[in-house]
Design a protein around this ligand. Structure first.
Ligand code: AMP
Length: 447
């Protein structure tokens, strides 16, 4: 059996573990302890509740020597004020028998209070990105001594639009440091950040275990494009008795809004959408209505659905196929809870076929294919993202849409640019090209 005795940890930490009543390490703790201790960069795919805070804190605290230095050596960045408070509280219990100074800073309160705290000296700073950056700009906090950086819930952070703040912070950190990141879901944006700022990290994933596959029936539909998917969804959802509590997953906010707008007129009050651009109040109301069965269908993004406590979902509909297979496991884990048989449907286009195969490989089973009902209208309409793109001639990195733009152009912008307006005006006036060469030519001809 895996036990804390297998970890080489100090007496002080062992006392704290005993006080907390932890008997054995959780899977993420077992997997990450020696890795983080070795100093390598690490990416952990794990949700809240897996014991991830202790998973990164235990090896960090084990390696943290006593110091009176003012500037911190460990930086933990999290997306929300609540999480700062929670993580600081947890660290304080872990360090009950050690002398470690931990400071939490977050936006929404007077910065002077945080300046005073930081100036008193800290070993560990736990911060939201914005407030952290402000403290650095004010020169109260210096990051040059940071040896270990932990970014927790990075998917949420990027979804909230903190990418630039994170990059700014990376730029201020010393190059020689260890990076540890946790994310519940993998997204393209998360992957990009890892590629840009991490040094060949090892990935650990504990998201998959525990998903009750036996209890979930899965089917898939091969569908050519977004609007045909929308037609199929509409066709299925009309059956209110079968599709009585449906969670529809899409991978981003744009698709969520597009789909919501398309279905809104048909399902009216039965339908709601949540993503991070909706206000907190709107989201809370939508979730409450869904839980109380006032709305039947909830469209959501992967990230938004995390943290939600939703019960008795009759169907999970994967409107698109997640490119990270773990996200599919999270999605379908929302149905088939509490002895109830759950149902999952997966819509995939040709482009998404390889993602579907990756999911099947991860699960070790094939998702049975169901014929598209004959009454489904196959749409020819393409979304902007589906339209073929061609590369601009002198800028191969820039994509140029071939179809019409989203909006009708204003009249003044409709004019075609013919270039050389001066020459055209002159030509119109003199009925022939008026250039230096012409002038000489005309002179010669006059003689
Ligand atoms: P986290 O995923 O870090 O938010 O942790 C979730 C909860 O699990 C927290 O309340 C921790 O105190 C608790 N926890 C962390 N590690 C263990 C463990 N090894 N055994 C039992 N509970 C734990």
């Amino acid at each position: 059996m895996e036990s804390f005795a297998n970890f080489k940890i100090s007496k002080q930490l062992r006392f704290a573990i005993d006080d907390l009543g932890f008997i054995k390490p959780t899977p993420i703790q077992s997997q990450s302890f020696s890795l983080i201790q070795s100093g390598k960069d690490m990416v952990g795919i794990a949700q809240t509740g897996t014991g991830k805070t202790f998973a990164y804190m235990l090896p960090i605290l084990q390696g943290l020597s006593f110091s009176k230095q003012v500037q911190p050596r460990v930086l933990i960045v999290v997306p929300t004020r609540e999480l700062v408070i929670q993580v600081v509280d947890q660290i304080k219990t872990f360090t009950n028998y050690m002398t470690v100074r931990t400071v939490g800073v977050y936006g929404g309160v007077n910065i002077n209070r945080h300046k005073e705290l930081v100036m008193q000296g800290a070993d560990i700073v736990v911060a939201t990105p914005g407030r952290l950056y402000d403290l650095v700009l004010s020169r109260t906090l210096q990051l040059k001594s940071i040896k270990k950086l932990v970014i927790d819930e990075v998917d949420v952070m990027l979804d909230l639009g903190f990418r630039f703040q994170l990059i700014n912070i990376f730029e201020l950190l010393p190059d020689k440091r260890q990076n540890v990141m946790f994310s519940a879901t993998m997204t393209d944006e998360v992957e990009l950040l890892i590629n840009d700022f991490f040094n060949n990290p090892t990935s650990i994933s504990v998201a998959v275990s525990g998903t009750p596959l036996d209890n979930i029936s899965q089917v898939s539909y091969a569908v050519p494009n977004f609007y045909t998917k929308a037609n199929l969804l509409k066709h299925l959802l009309i059956n209110e008795e079968v599709y009585c509590k449906v969670l529809v997953f899409v991978s981003n906010k744009k698709s969520a809004d597009l789909l919501f707008n398309y279905l809104e007129d048909i399902f009216v009050a039965d339908l709601a959408v949540i993503h991070s651009n909706k206000t907190q109040n709107y989201r809370i109301r939508s979730i409450e209505n869904f839980n109380e069965r006032l709305t039947r269908i909830l469209i959501t993004t992967d990230i938004m659905a995390r943290g939600l406590d939703l019960d008795l979902i009759s169907h999970v509909i994967n409107f698109d196929t997640p490119s990270f297979p773990e996200n599919y496991m999270h999605r379908i884990g929302r149905t088939g809870r509490a002895e109830q048989k759950g149902r999952s449907l997966l819509f995939y286009t040709d482009k998404e076929r390889s993602s579907k195969e990756a999911i099947e490989k991860l699960m070790g089973i094939q998702i049975p294919l169901t014929e598209l009902p004959s009454e489904i209208e196959i749409s020819k309409q393409l979304t902007y993202d589906e339209q073929p793109k061609h590369k601009e001639r002198y800028n191969p990195l820039k994509e140029v849409g071939t179809g019409k733009g989203f909006h009708e152009k204003k009249d003044k912008n409709k004019k075609e640019n013919l270039g050389g307006s001066y020459k055209r005006t002159v030509k119109k006036k003199y009925k022939k090209p008026k250039t230096k060469g012409d002038k000489n030519f005309n002179k010669r001809n006059k003689k």
